[in-house]
Ligand binder design. Sequence first.
Ligand SMILES: Cc1cc2nc3c(=O)[nH]c(=O)nc-3n(C[C@H](O)[C@H](O)[C@H](O)COP(=O)(O)OP(=O)(O)OC[C@H]3O[C@@H](n4cnc5c(N)ncnc54)[C@H](O)[C@@H]3O)c2cc1C
Length: 488
Amino acid sequence: MPHTTLVWFRQDLRLADHPALTHAVDRSDAVVPVFIWAPEEAGGWPPGGAHRWWLHRSLQALDRSLRDKGSRLMLRHGPSLETLRTLIEETGAGAVCWHTGYEPALRERDARIRDALREDGTEVRTFEGRLLHDVDGVRTGSGGPYQVYTPFWRKLGGLDLPVEAPLPVPRMGETKAPAAWPDSLPVEAFGLTPVAQDGVDWAGGFDGTPGEAAAHERLQAFIDHSLIDYPDRRNRPDVDGSSRLSPHLHHGELSPRQVWHAVQDWIRNRPMKDAAEVFLKEIVWREFAYHLLHHFPHTPAEPLKDTFAAFPWEDDADGLDRWQRGQTGYPIVDAGMRQLWQTGWMHNRVRMIVASFLTKDLLIPWQRGAEWFWDTLVDGDLASNTMGWQWAAGCGADAQPFFRIFNPVSQGERYDPDGAYVRRWVPELADLPTNYIHQPWTAPHDVLRRAGVELGTTYPRPIVDHGQARDRALAAYETVRQRSKGEA
Ligand SMILES: Cc1cc2nc3c(=O)[nH]c(=O)nc-3n(C[C@H](O)[C@H](O)[C@H](O)COP(=O)(O)OP(=O)(O)OC[C@H]3O[C@@H](n4cnc5c(N)ncnc54)[C@H](O)[C@@H]3O)c2cc1C
């Protein structure tokens, strides 16, 4: 039994259901929790601005929880291998443990670190702490990875997927503290919180409370009040119908096993299987995203369907800028992009609409959208973001076919029927009658005047005509379709 073990925290900022921490506490005399800030090791995907904002607070919350248990979180700057070696020297640790990562650059880094530490004579143990199931272990009949969701869900067993019970918070206590704590940086040393520019604090309106305790409160409130209506309300951005657990799951303040079991407990003795199934299927979509990233590590940058490598995308800097700022002239798109900018989060249905608009109405490469989301989402997650963007652009696994192009007006009318979502995020349109709220350019002059809207001045005219943009997108798609037919 090693005397002292380092537990390397990464995207698992919690104490409960933390197999690496539990193992360390069970097997060592002393446990040293550590977080290393090394964004340069993440390949082309260092944590984005909104992610960092959340991380700052989540690290503070984790340190508080550890201190309540007589422990604390050591914060250090990378490089990770050198930092772990230094900490091993300082604490005399004989072992290091952590949870498996799936991001391609981090996976390679972890393998290098594992080998190097083992060569040094340090024991290294890794555990599954981010997913429900071993993503490598799920294979099609022919032994390959899945590229279609429904058979993946069935293969896992659907609602009967055997998910191990989550672990309790390990009993740490003062007894597991090292004889002397090594030095730790203050979290401020990482510079994670965006600096206000010209008096404007970008993160001032960010939504959500980081940390394990808040994650559990959110889960419980969702199960108690919203799960039952989830199938009907999850597609409505104007209501609080989804769980909002994505940043908590992304940062590992909550594990998917905890979510799975909490929902399974809820349906026990209740005839509510359908609502639970619709929700748990989303948790398995997350799993599917990790399965895809694991087997197709090139996809954060390149399309899964390689015919799309030759797609004639447009280089439209002005279009990209107007999309980012929520100034496209399509209210549902602008509402979504402003919700994202102001709160660090966007509703799933609207993510689909704005992604379709960028890639199909503006023909801007999906990678530009994925990069913007990466920087502005508090839940920016390489697996889910990549899958979401490739789905929207038609070039990914189980994707929306390219020729299915969302009409931003009818999508708005269907999913924001009273216009409440648009009124909230695009306040300059708030006084428009509902029948014009998703297409203000069709409103008569006097209606616009009464609502205080002057198109082109107070709110932009549409940046493209959707009908023409649709024809242009289909023509562009036809070129790659013909090429791939010719190659077949
Ligand atoms: C273009 C695009 C980009 C996206 N980027 C991200 C991202 O960077 N990070 C991220 O967590 N999700 C991403 N998603 C998926 C989805 O939009 C969010 O997970 C969801 O909106 C989070 O809200 P919620 O927690 O209320 O979801 P709920 O509907 O309550 O779902 C519960 C949980 O299931 C998971 N989930 C739900 N839908 C999906 C999905 N389509 N794919 C993968 N997991 C899902 C999430 O962990 C979510 O928290 C993206 C979707 C699209 C279309």
